[in-house]
Ligand binder design. Structure first.
Ligand SMILES: *Cc1c(COP(=O)(O)O)cnc(C)c1O
Length: 438
């Protein structure tokens, strides 16, 4: 078979098996991976053999995150248009660092960023950039914050580093995502010196406990707690702004909530590979004042010349990059504004169905289900653990385990366009059947 037919056949087979396959591979399937050569072969391997190995050994060992019954972590599927665009963009192998390297990629990225800003209530004048995920999007928003806060104190962090820089406070909620700490560590702002604001029962920052800062700070809000889906109140932006703070919003998935309106923030981070349902890796950062972003990330080199528009390389922590905007553009075009809103709402609806059906049968629901996340638990820690194991073993669906406020829970995240009412019903049926009897 010619190469392209082999490739398409492999894609077709994978897609066709999607509804009948287990969502998590069996141990036996995973053991097959051990049969792959461990040592770099001396001689070449032909392409058809490689494709055959991918199709027969690797594909069955994948976690079926494109299934409508995968509810692990916060994992979007991939819309057909986004997958197709991604495959074509890979074929084209465009470098999205500079418009001269790929006018088409830069053009589509700009359009996609404008559309995403519009959907997320971010000002059209903000500068946006595609990065690998929300971790780097948080880094990107906060590196612009670092630039601006230190510049206002007369310090140039980019030229002079941080060793003699004046300090500024960093404020987070005590339910801040672990990767925000990682971004703070990479930024030289430190994990330990943050001021942690207590959160309410749902994990959202409590405005009543917001500190009186007395000076400009970096305040990091969260839109979408990974366990409960709770959103920090946008009212916190006004509290933070009293002292001219920079407000960054980590909205990896929660920024897509219809209730997320953080227009007055200074920077925003979100994921494309979660709720927008584009393939990995895709994160997006926006900064209200483009000069703060380019101030932090611009590069100069003799071979770069720009006609005035901000080049991707001037606003991204990366230089060479894949053309992520192409996938996002195709996803957005395929759904339209209403389609995106419907996809989000359908996921939330499915989450409510999980919560009510499980609760009707005596399962405890530990969170208020206002978004796409459901925390479910049985009477004891031990039973809940057994229950999650049994569901994962059964294979029809997959949901992970978490600890919420000291209590073990199963976390069901409905983030995929592929999830249908039938998927939800089949999964609920398996979940109820898997409840340990004693
Ligand atoms: C997923 C998530 C992140 C990290 O996103 P990556 O895409 O994995 O880098 C950060 N913050 C929140 C709230 C998240 O849900």
């Amino acid at each position: 078979m010619p190469l392209h037919s082999c490739l398409l056949a492999a894609i077709d087979t994978y897609e066709r098996d999607r509804d009948t396959r287990r969502v998590f591979p069996t141990q036996d399937t995973l053991h097959q991976l051990n049969a792959l050569p461990q040592h770099l072969p001396t001689n070449p391997t032909d392409l058809t053999t490689i494709l055959d190995t991918l199709a027969t050994t690797i594909a069955p060992a994948t976690v079926l995150t494109t299934s409508g019954r995968y509810f692990g972590f916060v994992t979007g599927g991939s819309l057909p248009a986004a997958t197709a665009a991604n495959i074509l963009a890979t074929t084209w192998d465009q470098n999205a660092a500079l418009s001269l390297m790929s006018p088409a990629a830069t053009h589509l990225e700009t359009i996609a960023l404008n559309w995403i800003a519009q959907l997320l209530h971010i000002p059209a004048t903000a500068a946006g950039t595609f990065v690998t995920g929300a971790t780097m999007a948080n880094f990107t928003g906060m590196v612009a914050a670092r630039h601006k806060l230190l510049k206002d104190k007369g310090h140039n962090a980019e030229l002079d580093g941080l060793f003699n820089a004046p300090a500024f406070p960093v404020v987070v909620g005590d339910e801040v995502h672990a990767t925000v700490y990682k971004a703070l560590a990479m930024l030289g702002l430190g994990r330990n010196r943050v001021i942690k604001v207590p959160t309410n029962s749902q994990g959202a920052m409590d405005p009543a406990h917001f500190p009186t800062l007395g000076e400009p700070a970096l305040v990091c809000l969260q839109a979408g707690n990974v366990n409960t889906g709770a959103l920090d109140s946008p009212q916190l932006i006004d509290l933070a702004k009293q002292f001219n703070s920079w407000v960054h919003v980590d909205g990896a998935f929660g920024l897509w909530s219809p209730h997320a309106k953080y227009t007055h923030a200074d920077s925003w981070a979100t994921d494309g590979h979660k709720w927008l349902n584009v393939p990995y890796d895709s994160g997006i950062a926006f900064v209200k004042n483009p000069a703060d972003l380019t101030g932090a990330l611009a590069v100069t080199a003799s071979y770069l010349n720009s006609d005035g528009a901000i080049e991707p390389i001037q606003k991204s922590p990366d230089s060479s990059r894949r053309a992520r905007g192409i996938d996002a553009w195709a996803a957005l075009l395929s759904l339209g504004e209403q389609g995106v809103r419907d996809m989000i709402e359908t996921c939330c609806q499915h989450a409510r169905t999980f919560a009510s059906e499980l609760n009707n049968k005596g399962v405890h629901i530990l969170n208020e289900v206002n978004l796409n996340q459901v925390l479910a638990a049985l009477d004891t820690e031990e039973k809940t653990t057994q229950w999650i194991d049994a569901i994962q073993q059964e294979g029809t669906c997959w949901a992970g385990s978490t600890i919420w406020r000291g209590r073990r829970a199963m976390r069901i995240s409905v983030s995929s366009h592929a999830t249908t009412q039938i998927d939800v019903e089949r999964s609920i049926e398996v979940m109820l059947r898997s409840i340990p009897s004693s």
